[in-house]
Design a protein around this ligand. Structure first.
Ligand code: FES
Length: 152
């Protein structure tokens, strides 16, 4: 069958080569853009929320605050001179509010006996199916900020 496209045998390989380089260039550009966006969002400072009065909590003491919204109760525990941990107070079993039980250094749920570790929020005892969500904290000078929630 005669060639009706008007292309010679040498034009088709050149066109294929151009198409390959075009696709390669497009993929490289898109990938580079995605990496640049990722770097942009990772390098931005996290806004966070000041936890008022954290410095006044005695070592071994605790305080209640709300984060990330006013209807999300959390507990902050001062575990050392410059060491704090914070968790959601919502028990992962049936949503009762947990409290810090300083005598045993645990977070306890009064509803069904759930007990959580202060160190990492994991379940130590009782029916809760998973650890307490942890509030990520950051010191900025003398001020303590809540900067995010880590679901475990
Ligand atoms: S609600 Fe906390 S143990 Fe059941």
């Amino acid at each position: 069958m005669p060639d009706t496209t008007g292309e010679t045998g040498t034009q088709q390989p050149a066109r294929r080569s151009f198409a390959r380089w075009f696709v390669f260039g497009a993929i490289t550009t898109v990938t580079g853009g995605l990496f640049a966006l990722r770097e942009y969002f990772h390098s931005r400072p996290t806004p966070g929320m000041i936890i008022p009065g954290a410095a006044e909590i005695p070592v071994g003491g605790s305080a209640i605050f709300q984060y990330p919204t006013p209807s999300d109760p959390c507990v902050l525990i001062r575990t050392g001179e410059d060491a704090y941990v914070a968790y959601s107070r919502i028990c992962t079993h049936a949503a009762c509010p947990v409290f810090y039980q300083a005598s045993d250094n645990v977070l306890a749920c009064p509803c069904h006996g759930g007990v959580y570790s202060v160190a990492d929020g994991r379940v130590l005892q009782g029916p809760p199916p998973r650890a307490l969500p942890r509030i990520r904290l950051e010191h900025r000078g003398a001020t303590l900020f809540a900067i995010g929630v880590t679901q475990t």
